[in-house]
Each structure stands twice: as C-alpha cells, then as structure tokens.
Design a protein around this ligand. Structure first.
Ligand SMILES: [Fe+2]
Length: 170
C-alpha cells in the first residue's frame, strides 16, 4: 500500500483527553479561547503587513520599520499559540471555512493616512490585549501555568507594541 494511504488513515482525533492535572472542560474552553486569540493574531498580522507595504508620508520610515518587526513577531506568535492548542489536546484550526475569521475584510485595510494606520493598529492591539488578559486569568485559575505564561509573554509583546505605536503619533 502506498505511504500516502497510510498517512490519510491516521488523522488525529479532534480531542485528546490528557492526564496532566487539568480539568478536561477547562481544556475545551481554553482551546476555544486560544483559537479566537489565534484568529485575532492572524488578522492583526495581515493588517500590520498590509500597512507595512502601503504607508506613505513623513512617518513612512519609522512605521515601515516598526510594522516589519511587529508582523515578524506576530507570525512567530501564531505558531506558539496554535501549538499550545495542540498541547491542550485539541486540533489547531484546520478547516478552510475558518479562514474568513482569520483575515481582515478588504475594506478594513483600505487607504488610510499614516496616523489612521497607527490608530487602527492601536485599537486592534488593545482589543487583543483585553481578550488575552481574560484568557490568562482563566488559565491561572485552572492552574494551567504554561498557557498563563505564554499569554503573559504575548501580553508583554502587545503592550510594548502599543507603547511604540503611541509614541509615533504622540
Ligand atoms: Fe518589507
């Protein structure tokens, strides 16, 4: 039998129950929360990348460089968040139907001034920070130290990004 047929027969199950001292219901909720965070991360990643290309005006150089550093960090974060969902026993989002949740609408990344771009990125980072803080608190309450630590590191990145974006337009 060809190797590919064997690979197709051994698709992973949607949920693997773990015996690591975490409540299974918590693992379900945390995986759902992290999937939402992953979607928000991808939307922000794509926006940041599009703005990196399209920014014009006197703020071009600082914004072009800052967005490059930020979309790189957001790309790395996507892998970290998705792998945490796997470690909690769930599948990382794999359905093409979910793609719409993972990308911004075209009108969301239309022609904006450099200042409007920064204000939009600030609003996006602020929204994801609030979601992450709630998820981190839930993880702490459930003794899920690893998810709490991961989200604390993600919060550190987003709060620093917010400081840098605010500094550019202040
Ligand atoms: Fe570039």
């Amino acid at each position: 039998m060809p190797q590919t047929s064997i690979a197709l027969k051994s698709e992973p199950q949607a949920v693997t129950r773990l015996d690591i001292g975490l409540d299974p219901k918590y693992c379900d909720r945390a995986s759902e929360a992290l999937t939402g965070i992953l979607a928000a991360n991808y939307r922000l990643l794509i926006k940041t990348h599009v703005y990196h290309w399209n920014v014009v005006g006197p703020l071009f150089k600082p914004l072009h460089e800052l967005t490059e550093a930020q979309y790189g960090a957001l790309f790395e974060a996507a892998d970290i968040i998705a792998e945490r969902i796997r470690a909690l026993g769930h599948l990382a989002p794999a359905k093409i139907a979910l793609a719409a949740q993972f990308s911004p609408k075209g009108s969301d990344v239309g022609h904006l001034s450099a200042e409007e771009i920064v204000r939009d990125l600030i609003a996006e980072h602020e929204a994801v920070v609030k979601t992450m803080r709630d998820a981190a608190e839930a993880a702490g309450d459930a003794r899920d130290k690893v998810t709490e630590d991961m989200l604390t590191q993600r919060l550190t990145f987003h709060e620093k990004a917010l400081w840098m974006l605010r500094a550019i337009v202040s």
